[in-house]
Design a protein around this ligand. Structure first.
Ligand SMILES: NC(=O)c1ccc[n+]([C@@H]2O[C@H](COP(=O)([O-])OP(=O)(O)OC[C@H]3O[C@@H](n4cnc5c(N)ncnc54)[C@H](OP(=O)(O)O)[C@@H]3O)[C@@H](O)[C@H]2O)c1
Length: 295
């Protein structure tokens, strides 16, 4: 008797990470693939390639009951709803509840390093309570993948740092094990296909890199001197607000630097290589490949 392959669903499939996971699964000729998004029209090209598409909006639990029906394994991509306190955790709880109700057997969740409760809420608090919701659910298996910060985030500020010669952080000299979005997509796809049991894995690049080292890489790759200046969290917040960044983004960036200063981002693991068979890219190699973006 042949057993039909598991039905795999990826939420947020029109986002950068979700779409790349779908592409990787297609490259691996994964059968029974479902791509879900708030707006399935954005997945029309995938539908043409034979991928089933469904509408799944974490703000609309009724959509989730339909979207998750018959699904065996689910990649729950954390959302980007950071500008309204409490909204993201409500979204994630709705997704976990719908997955449990639909009888999903294994959920992979994209968490963050050092997920823990925070008095004022925020990104890390959301991830902690989503992890707790999974642990308390009737879902038999889950893989929580605590993605370190994307190496791509470096590119947001690299051009400015090179142009001004100054890189600012409140990381207090601590390292951060940046991992590329591509490596996150690779491990997410692998865990969606094969993850078993109930596990929390830190997903990191090959080394924890300090902001002094990042500044040195910018200098070396651009040929222009860049110096790292260590700031207090408050000074960093004021500087980012003065540079007209949206307050919700400033809060996230400062929270992340405080977490790094506490050592939360310095955890280096072999999870990417262990699950995918290929090591993750280093920050130096990543920046070299994206040199045109900042020099
Ligand atoms: N580790 C890091 O450094 C880092 C950096 C940035 C973001 N992140 C997190 O990782 C996630 C994926 O990153 P990304 O680069 O792919 O971000 P992105 O391109 O901005 O994608 C945002 C994602 O959120 C989904 N989403 C938003 N509202 C939703 C809702 N109501 N219901 C269901 N899904 C919703 C979107 O899905 P649809 O549009 O398809 O519905 C999309 O997949 C982000 O959403 C964020 O939580 C991590």
């Amino acid at each position: 008797m042949s057993v039909s392959p598991s039905r795999l669903l990826v939420t947020g499939a029109s986002g950068q990470l979700g779409r790349r996971v779908i592409e990787l699964l297609l490259e691996a000729e994964t059968p029974n693939l479902i791509a879900a998004s708030r707006d399935p029209a954005k997945l029309a090209d995938l539908a043409v390639r034979g991928v089933e598409t469904r509408r799944a909006d974490f703000d609309d639990p009724a959509s989730l009951a339909v979207a998750f029906a018959g699904v065996d394994r689910l990649l729950l991509v954390s959302t980007d709803a950071l500008n309204q306190p409490g909204r993201r955790i409500a979204q994630h709880r709705a997704a976990v509840a719908a997955a449990a109700a639909a009888g999903v057997k294994h959920v992979v969740y994209t968490s963050a390093p050092g997920a823990r409760p925070q008095v004022d809420g925020g990104v890390i608090d959301d991830h902690f309570w989503t992890e707790q919701a999974l642990a308390a659910s009737a879902i038999p298996g889950w893989t929580i993948l605590r993605h370190n910060l994307y190496a791509e985030l470096l590119l947001m500020g690299a051009g400015q740092a090179v142009a001004s010669g100054a890189l600012y952080s409140a990381t207090a000299g601590a390292g951060r094990a940046y991992v590329s979005r591509e490596d996150c997509a690779r491990i997410d796809a692998a865990a969606l296909r094969q993850g078993e049991g109930r596990k929390i894995l830190d997903v990191s690049g090959p080394a924890a890199v300090t902001q002094d080292e990042v500044a040195a890489l910018y200098s070396q790759l651009s040929g222009k001197p860049v110096t790292h200046h260590a700031l207090s969290p408050d000074a960093l917040r004021q500087g980012l607000l003065a540079a007209s960044l949206p307050p919700s983004l400033v809060a996230v960036l400062v929270d992340f630097d405080v977490a790094a200063a506490e050592g939360q981002h310095a955890i280096v693991t072999d999870a990417v290589e262990a699950l995918t068979g290929q090591p993750p890219v280093s920050v130096a190699a990543f920046l070299e490949a994206h040199r045109a973006a900042f020099s």
